[in-house]
Design a protein around this ligand. Structure first.
Ligand SMILES: Cc1cc2nc3c(=O)[nH]c(=O)nc-3n(C[C@H](O)[C@H](O)[C@H](O)COP(=O)(O)OP(=O)(O)OC[C@H]3O[C@@H](n4cnc5c(N)ncnc54)[C@H](O)[C@@H]3O)c2cc1C
Length: 418
């Protein structure tokens, strides 16, 4: 029996276009990604076949504006469709997010900014190059920003530098947890532009460059044998004197900084994978207790009040999470109000923490046989653990921001209390 939608069109009032994309993603992921997910996870292997399918289905260009040949999905539409992918293969959804982010930053987000006509023309020129590669050749873009310091949390300038030259930049630096490393065609790297090697680093000079994976000086290092999200292959990426020509700029100078400051909901794009996992853990539990889970004995366990209570608890948590998340992604816009921003942090925290909580309740409720590696639940449990760790909005940092925003008006500090 085919799964039902996480967000059905009528109840959640999706537009026809939103619903069509969600259905397309669900049917593809259920039929093709779900059967492959265990293999990628076991081998910690990148889901190459899934990306071929995404290209064939035109979904690699889901957030490329229509005038550039893409499907023109906005942030909310993308989040909804990506949750359907996360439900069947978390690693595919998470890596897909890194790829799609390159189109969101340069597409719908940049389009929502107030840019002068010269900058807009430059953006139009450069993004066209990237969009054509994606649509025509199935090019995959990664999004390495983490460096192991404060930069990924948005507190400091990126330590990866892009030294200006007449023809482009010389990039040097190291990115950790670079999902798709060794598999992406382009690394959409965030770096700090500098005039000389001794220039001071400033966040205002953040550059967003597409570094072709086969450029001299690009190398991938380290083992990849993590607890969860194993198919993301998030190894260490090193750039050593990598020359990047002007044509590889993803956004004109200053535009990334502006977009990141004005579009905070963009940082929620890591959540759909985990929204999907939460739904999958719940679905698994219901099927298992009804004795309908393929690969398990057809024994029913639904008649025990303890199971009914546990499923009720999971359903309450799932509905709370879905509602808050849906509300928050519906509010995504440039320069949201403080209330909307607090809600975005709250939604991020809730999805990341509750996905793991629902998955652990699922294991406790279904019991020992359900955590065998032949079934998907133990993978969902391990994958779900990764969400709260992802910068810049880790669960801890969300709580920190919510608490401070709730107790201090903008511009207030302890000095005002004296
Ligand atoms: C499966 C997976 C895939 C990933 N893919 C990518 C990717 O494609 N691209 C990419 O760039 N990154 C990626 N990441 C990295 C991720 O976004 C984080 O950067 C990474 O998990 C941080 O790990 P860390 O140990 O360096 O954290 P640290 O920076 O050491 O932080 C540890 C904890 O301290 C807290 N903390 C961090 N900074 C501050 C601060 N300034 N103030 C207070 N508390 C703080 C946070 O809560 C954090 O969880 C991925 C991570 C995972 C798990």
């Amino acid at each position: 029996m085919e799964d039902i939608a996480i967000f059905d069109q009528q109840s959640w009032r999706l537009s026809d276009a939103q619903n069509a994309l969600c259905v397309k993603a669900r049917l593809l992921a259920e039929a093709s990604f779900a059967p492959r997910a265990a293999g990628y996870d076991r081998a910690a292997q990148f889901p190459t076949e899934n990306y071929e399918d995404l290209h064939t289905a035109a979904l690699l260009g889901v957030c490329i504006p229509k005038e550039h040949g893409g499907l023109g999905a906005d942030l909310k539409t993308y989040m909804l469709m990506a949750s359907e992918i996360g439900r069947y293969c978390g690693a595919t959804a998470l890596t897909f997010n890194m790829h799609v982010s390159s189109c969101l930053w340069t597409g719908v987000l940049a389009d929502g900014l107030n840019l002068d006509s010269e900058t807009r023309e430059e953006l139009e020129r450069t993004r066209k190059i990237h969009y054509q590669r994606i649509i025509n050749d199935g090019a995959i873009y990664a999004q390495p920003f983490s460096e192991g310091g404060d930069a990924a949390a948005g507190k400091k300038a990126f330590g990866t530098t892009a030294l200006k030259t007449d023809d482009g930049w010389i990039v040097n630096g190291t990115k950790i947890f670079a999902s798709l490393s060794g598999h992406a065609n382009y690394y959409g790297a965030l770096c700090t532009e500098i005039e000389t090697v001794t220039s001071e680093l400033s966040r205002r000079n953040t550059m967003y460059l597409a570094i072709p994976a086969d450029t001299e000086g690009v190398s991938v290092h380290g083992e990849w044998d993590p607890l969860g999200m194993r198919g993301t292959v998030s190894r260490t990426l090193v750039f050593k004197d990598v020359f990047v020509p002007h044509s590889e700029q993803l956004m004109p100078r200053g535009v990334y900084f502006k977009a990141a400051s004005q579009w905070p909901h963009m940082f929620m794009t890591l959540t759909p994978s985990y929204m999907g996992i939460a739904q999958a853990a719940y679905d698994f539990t219901v099927r298992y207790l009804r004795g309908e889970m393929p690969g398990t004995p057809p024994a029913k366990r639904r008649m025990y009040p303890t199971k009914q209570m546990a499923v009720a608890q999971m359903r309450v948590m799932l509905e709370q999470t879905k509602s808050l998340w849906f509300q928050s992604i519906s509010e995504a816009r440039p320069n949201p109000s403080r209330e909307s921003l607090i809600r975005a942090w709250t939604a991020q925290y809730s999805v990341m923490e509750n996905a793991n909580e629902i998955a652990q309740l699922a294991i406790r409720t279904c019991g020992g046989q359900a955590m065998l590696r032949s079934l998907s639940l133990e993978r969902l449990y391990r994958d779900s653990r990764c969400g709260a760790l992802m910068l810049p909005w880790t669960a801890e940092l969300c709580l920190d921001m919510i608490g401070r925003a709730a107790l201090y008006e903008p511009g207030e500090s302890e000095d005002d209390d004296v």
